[in-house]
Design a protein. Structure first.
Length: 325
């Protein structure tokens, strides 16, 4: 679950007013549990996870279906350790091998947790939301997270919507909020706390994720890929890490040499990623490298390649070989 010699540590200051995470010597006073963050694509699940953890560990973009893996974020506040699990948005449009894998991940997560955060856009409820809602298991408490509340101009309009949501599912509580509002995020900790069982923590007080730096490197490149190609590039494009080596550096203390391949399905997509004179690929690489250096506290040398693998997203064996469960 760890990073070996170096784990990702807290890189952001504590939000104002939030209790500082401290090691508790009294295990009988500790709480610890798993909180699943679920919802349709693009409702803000990854943004919420990053805000709760206090560090970016799940990539975000305006492109739907950005998250493809179970991402675990850990945050210890006072005597409680929250183990948050971000999931891919449940896929309903296309039945490819990749989408079947993503949906399997979602179903696996929500069946074995202590609490579910069902995230929707405040004031909205789509067929995609309804599909995810139908997956929630009886007996597991679920909170309705009405996200993006800052987009609602008349707060009075939320009340009748909440009433209709109460008729759709027996939610334990309703939490209108914005994942971008620090006070809302702080309040959510207090709401979730009472649903977690009393038991010893599973992780150290300063651990933030059980994902490896290699995994986070691939996700960082994929985020920049989507950000700089927008809707032009199909979401089936992916990133494979070919080399991930750490070397001691008298000058930098820590130096990482990383080589990654961006996999696309068509030659036209390859040209799109590379850009005129290689400028777009260079920009993707530069932004990814800079973010990795902050994330890993190291000097990073990054090489990027682009390869075409037609039809990979509907090839079960290749989907598995690319790291999807």
């Amino acid at each position: 679950m760890g990073y070996g010699p170096k784990r990702l540590k807290m890189m952001m200051s504590e939000p104002p007013g939030e209790p500082i995470a401290t090691k508790s010597d009294d295990a009988s006073a500790q709480r610890c549990g798993v909180v699943a963050i679920v919802g349709r694509p693009n409702v803000g699940k990854s943004t919420l996870l990053n805000a709760l953890v206090g560090q970016k560990i799940s990539i975000t973009s305006a492109k739907a279906q950005t998250t493809r893996h179970r991402i675990t974020g850990i945050r210890t506040v006072a005597h409680t350790q929250f183990v948050f699990v971000d999931t891919p948005g449940f896929q309903t449009r296309h039945s490819t091998a990749l989408n079947r894998s993503l949906n399997k991940t979602v179903l696996g997560v929500i069946s074995d947790v202590d609490l579910v955060l069902f995230v929707v856009e405040a004031g909205a409820f789509t067929l995609g939301d309804a599909k995810v809602l139908s997956l929630l298991k009886p007996g597991i408490p679920a909170l309705l997270i009405a996200n993006k509340l800052d987009n609602i101009h008349r707060r009075a309009d939320v009340a009748p919507w909440l009433k209709t949501m109460a008729e759709r599912h027996p939610f334990a509580e309703f939490v209108p909020m914005s994942a971008k509002n620090a006070k809302d995020v702080e309040r959510l900790f207090g709401i979730c706390d009472k649903y977690l069982p009393t038991q010893p923590w599973w992780y150290g007080a300063d651990e933030l994720t059980d994902r490896s730096e290699k995994f986070l490197a691939s996700e960082t490149v994929r985020e920049k890929l989507f950000r700089f190609t927008g809707d032009e590039l199909p979401y089936t494009s992916t990133v494979i890490i070919d080399k991930f080596e750490e070397e001691p550096s008298p000058k930098h203390g820590r130096m990482m040499k990383i080589a990654a391949t961006i996999v696309v399905e068509r030659d036209t997509h390859k040209a799109m990623v590379i850009g005129e004179g290689g400028e777009r690929l260079k920009r993707i690489g530069t932004e990814a490298r800079q973010e990795m250096e902050k994330l890993m506290d190291a000097k990073v040398f990054l090489e990027l390649w682009v390869k075409v693998r037609s039809g990979w997203a509907d090839d079960e064996a290749r989907v598995r070989s690319f790291g999807y469960e």
